[in-house]
Design a protein. Structure first.
Length: 97
């Protein structure tokens, strides 16, 4: 086992958990592994709207006990964190999830 494998395993597990929350919030009829982690959350990807995004953030913050989007964050920072499932997982990891 290499040094990065435990971190990679944690990231993959977190991605699976986030996918499950997204499926629940959006009431999708898909399996977690069917969600492309690099697909946009808004627009042509998963097509989140502002209500979906707020629900997702609230669910993630409650479930992981971290702040996903800091109130003091710039709009650009918030947008970067919510671009894709992967950027959302990066944000959760940075917040200590």
């Amino acid at each position: 086992m290499t040094l990065w494998q435990p971190g990679l395993a944690r990231r993959e597990a977190l991605l699976d958990e986030v996918r499950a929350v997204v499926i629940d919030v959006l009431q999708l009829a898909q399996e977690p592994d069917e969600l492309d982690p690099d697909a946009p959350l808004f627009g042509g990807g998963l097509r989140l709207d502002s209500i979906d995004a707020l629900d997702l953030i609230v669910r993630l913050e409650a479930g992981f006990g971290v702040i996903v989007i800091d109130r003091d964050a710039s709009p650009a920072e918030s947008a970067r964190a919510m671009r894709t499932l992967n950027t959302l997982v990066d944000r959760l990891l940075a917040a200590g999830a």
